[in-house]
Write a protein that binds this ligand. Sequence first.
Ligand code: SME
Length: 165
Amino acid sequence: MFASTVKPIAGDKPAQYRRLLDQARVLFEGESDSLANAANLAALLYHGLPDLNWAGFYFRRGNDLVLGPFQGLPACVRIPLGRGVCGSAAQSGQVLSVPDVNAYPGHIACDAHSRSEIVIPLERGGEVIGVLDLDSPKLARFDADDETGLAAFAALWLEMSRTEL
Ligand code: SME
């Protein structure tokens, strides 16, 4: 599968996620390299889901999150745990969906076009090792279907990706 074949998919949202998840399984097949799988997943989500302006990873480095593979505009490199949407989600270990980033105290603006954001913590062995972060130029872009769909991608990435980050 090549990038040119990744297009937003028609159908209701759960069906879109199921088909995109099938594509991710194909991309990850037989591959355990964590960085390569993260890079491909960022590209798949960015190009496969509508209304995104950023999709990517931050990985845990001590008490900070550090930028990983992503698609979108250049982003801030280092986020302390507990700061911003990403650092808060990483600290709590809970999915954090922010319908209006301008109303979220401490939001870290990397792209002025971002209006809503969702962050999925990546947990292994009881520890948050990173986060999957998606930004949208639309207010309230992410709902419960997105939360469920993206959690499945995070689980698949964790299952397949086994090399040290
Ligand atoms: N907005 C995030 C920072 C990362 S960017 O969105 C890519 C935050 O508040 O943590």
